[in-house]
Design a protein around this ligand. Sequence first.
Ligand code: PA5
Length: 424
Amino acid sequence: MLSFDFTGSNAHLPEPDRQRMLPRARAAHRALLQGTGAGPEWLGWRRLLAEPDDALLDQVEQVALEIRERADVLVCIGIGGSYLGADAVIQALTPAFPDAGRTPVVFAGHHLSTEYLAGLLEWLKGKSVYVNVISKSGTTLEPALAFRFIRAFMEETFEDADRRIIATTDAHHGALRTLASEKGYRTFTIPGDVGGRFSALTPVGLLPMAAAGIDIRTLFYGSVTMMRTLASEDDNPALEYAMRRWLLHEAGYTTEVLSVMDPRMTRMGAWWQQLFGESEGKNHQGLFPSVCTFTTDLHSVGQFIQEGRRTLIETFLTVESGSSTLRVPGDPADLDGLSYLEGRRMRDVNRAAFEGTLKAHIAGGVPVTHIGMPAVSAESIGQLMYFFEHAIAVMGYLLGVNPFDQPGVEAYKKEMFTALGKPC
Ligand code: PA5
């Protein structure tokens, strides 16, 4: 299981404050479990873990197997909650360097760069391509535009284009559902009661992950295990995390930095950033979610975290074990002065960097939480994703906002569509 250490924020949160807050945090947690808080119609992300659909997991795995056998590449088209979960899990659980036995998954429709799209269309030529277009509404500009280009490419290139395109969308509504029915695409459904950023464990995330060769069943059941663990009000780390964040928010802290000690977890940070930012950033409240990869970013924003304006809280995410046994090699000349590390495991060097950074940041006045993952595994990632989902739902209720909507996202779209001359 994941481990949690909250003592790094004790100096900023006197015990009486925490005790005073506990009943309110428990009430927020109960509201989530009982569906009595804001947005009860969006609690499908918990329902699908309470009632696992193994037949659906089988179907996803079957289509993924076909993709792995027949495709040189899977292009996933989607944005926001329709791509970040898959992107995060694929980065965490597939090798960093190209692996001949694996179907690469590339993303499109997650921005509007013409250079990227043109480059992708060029690169796809001569390859056996499958496409998974993912959009609940089917009308989100970025994926819908990318799909126009990629659909045209598929129809020009492959006689069986309609078999190679798989749509993941709403069960009944939306432009993509209509198009999929007309073309006869195979489809997976995004449940109506699951919002985009909570949809990683639906086919939205599961199909691309399985196509990348990830064990989605273990991942899914990792989340189930964490949901069961977090059902209790006592010793509940999600409740503790949310409560401390809320108290620090009330004390004037403005930003949370998620500091990952393993670059495999960087995109998981991007998934967390959307989950937290869209869920709590409402009514002029919330902690701005920011992600750092250490030790890389200790050489960029480390200075700010240590000595800049004291409005940051920090959550460290570490990995406790792994398969690599790399040890620092000997060098009799010792010109780099590193022989004192000879024979030490690289893992232990990174651990020392974490422990040193943790101490330094605490001494610098940053309230710190530490989450430890036993390994970067499907099980741990599943646990972690549910942990964050549960915690931010509780935090939303503590802030008095609906954690499951995102009304502010419409503002930029309105201005953009006006600029583009979209007919009303
Ligand atoms: O979390 C959300 O709801 C958003 O990030 C959506 O997932 C994103 O805007 C994409 O929407 P759609 O799936 O309708 O294309």
